[in-house]
Design a protein around this ligand. Structure first.
Ligand SMILES: Cc1cc2nc3c(=O)[nH]c(=O)nc-3n(C[C@H](O)[C@H](O)[C@H](O)COP(=O)(O)OP(=O)(O)OC[C@H]3O[C@@H](n4cnc5c(N)ncnc54)[C@H](O)[C@@H]3O)c2cc1C
Length: 591
């Protein structure tokens, strides 16, 4: 049964606002010859079509597919739920997989910012379905950057068009977060191919019935490889070989899971499967990082999609559901009750969610723009700066938007009360589906380590200092606008704290102490980014006359709520980083 109460209206007006007024993306695109033709109207027309596809084709499948799940047939084939195959064919026929693909390989080259907005809508409507095409862009980018000419000729066009889907095969039973432990072997053959043998677990879309072929990118070890991550290589292993025969690989089981039940999570066995090296021997992890970075941003958008969906539905429910009189309402009479949206506790829940979703979309869009500029801007220095910005934002977005997706869905469930806990209303599925995004693609704890060790200390704070300079300009611009001084002050406060925190981190030499602070760094920097997004959105709202006075006021109110009620949460994290963490005791086994 579908969820009649669970409805979605794509946030097209908000997306347009972010493109036009917050980031002025069309001007940034215009500076890049490859993107110069993407103007605001083209971008909005693409988003409208994307919204239509997600709402009409994917959302009706979401609830029923969750109940049906995937099936492993006796012949080893995996059947996806009813409607998935037809929806995927429609997706390919409409050209959606190629949206951000390289034109040289049949892509439309419209850029990753626009592609990200489309993904958010697909994820909001059907996270499990979108698991299948979500890896396509990363797989194509990995092959484009590291594949041989022969592999590119054979696979790239079909991946860009979505004719064939991709899978990313890293995890093994003993090797999860620590990929250095993985054991899958690859033996070089006289004809230049590899024979790949080993067991992988938890492989999303490792086997399914959506496309005739599935291109696996498998992390493995060549003979005599060094131990640890330095000894890893990357192999392309297709389900169907170029001569049309089946490769020696099989799905040995499907996981029964808490959520995204319509996504096939496969235990894969490679039994001397034929593959080919992608990139250099022993440099597999570097090649795989192209795919993982793309996938991490896509996972962040899954979180944003869930949070948006949850927020919309919780708001609608809170405006309709009546319980008790709200404070300040005059005229007591028996049986009268107000919408729960008028009760302060529910207002907090919903305003906090709205403010964070809107700020999160601005930050995600800034990362998308950074990637577009890093790829296409004519000035090499600007390209390098935008690449560093995207690298800094990636772990923050992955960890924080997936947290928001799960916590937002859980907060929405609370707004629904008991109705939220039963299947019919849809929100419990969102809570279950959203949870995985905090775990896969590098757990959120691994993201915090990446943020501190590689993205902050790795360049001695250079990327953060560039971000702080942009935040300071925003604070200055806000201070010049009537009525926005509190945003300027809030943002300046966050910038000052960030400068002090960076100095404190750089002065610390004990890696254990630094890692003990990683969760605080992750949270503190996220609030800094929120402070920037609140300020930039408030200033942009003043310019957005076309959106109407009521909309402008609503946006300002929500951003003000964020600055006043949410940003103080950052203080605890900054203080701990600046003054030093208390000692972290070792754990003892339960008595
Ligand atoms: C539905 C689903 C789909 C998936 N899809 C894919 C896929 O397509 N391809 C693929 O290769 N894998 C996939 N995975 C696997 C996923 O990426 C791993 O589960 C994840 O990387 C964590 O590994 P693990 O489960 O072994 O947990 P572990 O690595 O054992 O981690 C357990 C806990 O310890 C923490 N931890 C581990 N190391 C550290 C550390 N150094 N510091 C601090 N904390 C640490 C983790 O954060 C986590 O909380 C999928 C998993 C699921 C459930």
């Amino acid at each position: 049964m579908s969820n009649p109460a669970w409805a979605y209206e794509a946030p097209l007006r908000d997306m347009r606002f972010v493109l036009e007024h917050v980031l002025d993306a069309p001007a940034a695109w215009a500076a890049c010859p490859a993107l110069a033709e993407v103007d605001l109207e083209t971008a909005c027309a693409v988003l409208e079509q994307g919204a239509r596809f997600a709402s009409a084709q994917l959302q009706p499948l979401n609830g029923p597919a969750d109940l049906e799940g995937c099936r492993l047939e006796p012949d080893g084939r995996v059947r996806t739920p009813a409607g998935f195959r037809a929806a995927y064919q429609a997706f390919v026929d409409a050209g959606w997989p190629a949206l951000a693909g390289e034109p040289a390989w049949g892509g439309q080259g419209l850029g990753l910012l626009l592609d990200g907005f489309v993904r958010e809508m697909l994820d909001a409507c059907n996270h499990a379905w979108n698991m299948y095409p979500d890896l396509l862009h990363g797989a194509a980018a990995t092959l484009a950057a590291h594949g041989s000419d022969e592999l590119k000729q054979r696979y790239l066009r079909r991946l860009v068009s979505g004719q064939w889907l991709a899978a990313m095969a890293l995890t093994e039973p003993q090797a999860g977060s620590d990929l250095g432990l993985l054991r899958t072997r690859a033996e070089p053959q006289p004809d230049g191919s590899l024979r790949v043998s080993g067991n992988k677990i938890f492989i999303s879309g490792g086997e399914h019935d959506l496309t005739d072929n599935i291109v696996h990118l498998v992390l493995c070890r060549l003979p005599d490889a060094a131990p640890g991550t330095r000894g890893l290589s990357l192999a392309l292993v297709p389900k169907v070989l170029p001569d049309g025969s089946r490769n020696a690989m099989s799905c040995e089981g499907l996981e029964k899971k808490m959520g995204i039940r319509a996504s096939a999570t496969c235990a894969m066995r490679y039994d001397g499967a034929t593959g080919w090296l992608v990139g250099e021997p022993g440099r597999g992890l570097a090649a795989m990082f192209v795919m993982m970075n793309s996938a991490r941003l896509h996972v962040a958008l899954q979180g944003l999609g869930h949070a948006e969906m949850a927020m919309q539905n919780a708001l609608r429910h809170a405006l309709e559901r009546r319980q008790s009189r709200a404070p300040g309402v005059r005229g007591e009479h028996a049986g009268a009750a107000d919408p729960i949206a008028r009760h302060p506790a529910m207002r907090h829940a919903l305003l906090a969610l709205q403010a964070q979703v809107e700020a999160g979309r601005v930050i995600a869009a800034r990362a998308g723009l950074a990637l577009d500029l890093a790829e296409h801007h004519p000035d090499p220095a600007r390209r390098a700066a935008e690449q560093a910005r995207a690298a800094l934002l990636t772990p923050l977005l992955k960890a924080q938007l997936t947290r928001l997706g799960f916590e937002g869905a859980s907060a929405a469930l609370q707004v629904f009360g008991g109705y939220g806990y039963v299947h019919e209303y849809g929100v419990e599925q969102s809570v279950r589906d959203a949870r995985i995004a905090m775990i896969y693609e590098g757990t959120n704890e691994i993201q915090a380590i990446d943020l501190v060790q590689r993205k902050l200390l790795g360049d001695r704070g250079a990327a953060l200092l560039a971000l702080l300079a942009e935040c300071s300009s925003e604070a200055q611009a806000c201070a010049a606008e009537p009525g926005l001084d509190e945003f300027a002050q809030a943002l300046r406060g966050q910038c000052d704290a960030a400068h002090a925190a960076l100095a404190a981190l750089l002065a610390r030499h004990d890696p254990a102490q630094v890692l003990a602070l990683a969760p605080d760094v992750m949270d503190a920097l996220w609030w800094l980014l929120n402070a920037w997004a609140f300020a930039a959105s408030a200033r942009a709202a003043l310019r957005a006359h076309d959106a109407g006075a009521q909309w402008q006021q609503g946006r300002l109110d929500r951003m003000r709520y964020g600055a006043r009620w949410l940003l103080p949460r950052a203080t605890l994290h900054w203080n701990r980083i600046i003054t030093g963490a208390p000692e972290l005791p070792e754990l003892q086994a339960a008595q």
